[in-house]
Design a protein around this ligand. Structure first.
Ligand SMILES: [Cu+2]
Length: 275
């Protein structure tokens, strides 16, 4: 009995540990965006909060005006309405103030857009290929190996302590505090590679290469999903990224080189391997 309880406690602890190592994923009753694990996501959250304050103030102001007009100027309270048609000061104000508000939003918005768009000096490249319905990855700077990353069934996800519909069988590994260039393409239809905690969402289009970047600053597991409606099993092609130390990453690369195929290598059949 005691042993059973010990096993259960161990399982519980492992589960909690798995949750703790999951640095970013959706949570029940979540309000707002996922926690940032990357500077660009911090900037996106800052802009989001800034615009949220402005739209809240505008909404409250309009609500106040409407309430005032309904109460003060209804037919009963105001039987003889004013016949005024023009008021220059008011017209200038209701043009200039909204323009000033839009410029106030546009400046940080464009600054962020260009910050995201310009790819800085990167340390390594990961290529993600969207397929119906899973992702393939290539590591051209680390031995040019390639592997497929498939979503887990509910049963397997539960046994592996992975979140439902977000865990994958082969994770994408990247080193912490390194700038990663991510290039994407589609093999069949348009998919989109997205990890909310990194502030990355980029289309994977057949016949062309898209590029973006991220720099994860916290170790842990990060989850995302294909974000372009791509067919029947669109909801079942998750993305799981493990951000690890440089040493752990190097170790994983060595394992991956022997475990996975090399890009462009001829297919070896079982009979051939035995010879
Ligand atoms: Cu897809």
């Amino acid at each position: 009995m005691l042993r059973k309880f010990g096993a259960f406690a161990g399982l519980l602890a492992a589960g909690m540990l798995a949750c703790a190592s999951a640095a970013a994923q959706p949570v029940n009753w979540q309000l707002g965006l996922q926690q940032a694990a990357d500077d660009r996501m911090s900037r996106i959250i800052d802009l989001h909060n800034f615009v949220l304050v402005i739209i809240t103030l505008i909404s409250l102001f309009v609500l106040g005006l409407l309430t005032w007009i309904v109460l003060r100027y209804n037919a009963k309270a105001n039987p003889t309405p004013s016949a005024t048609t023009h008021n220059t000061t008011l017209e200038v104000l209701w043009t200039v103030v909204p323009v000033a508000i839009l410029v106030t939003i546009a400046i940080p918005s464009f600054r962020l857009l260009y910050y995201e768009d310009v790819i800085p000096q990167t340390d390594m490249t990961v290529k993600a290929i969207g397929k119906q319905w899973f992702w393939s990855y290539e590591y051209p700077d680390n031995g040019n190996f390639t592997f497929d990353s498939l979503g887990l069934s509910d049963r397997v996800a539960a046994t592996q302590m992975e979140p439902r519909l977000l865990g994958t069988n082969n994770h994408v590994f990247v080193p912490v505090n390194k700038t990663i260039k991510l290039i994407t393409t589609g093999a069949d239809v348009i998919h989109a590679w997205a990890i909310p905690a990194f502030g990355v969402k980029i289309d994977a289009v057949p016949g062309r290469i898209n590029a973006t970047w991220f720099r994860a600053t916290k170790e842990g597991k990060y989850y995302g999903e294909c974000s372009e409606l791509c067919g029947a099993r669109h909801a079942f092609m998750p993305i799981e990224v493990e951000v690890v130390s440089q040493e752990r990453f190097d170790q994983w690369v060595e394992e991956a080189k022997t475990k996975f195929a090399t890009v462009g290598a001829p297919t070896r059949f079982a009979a051939e391997q035995q010879q």
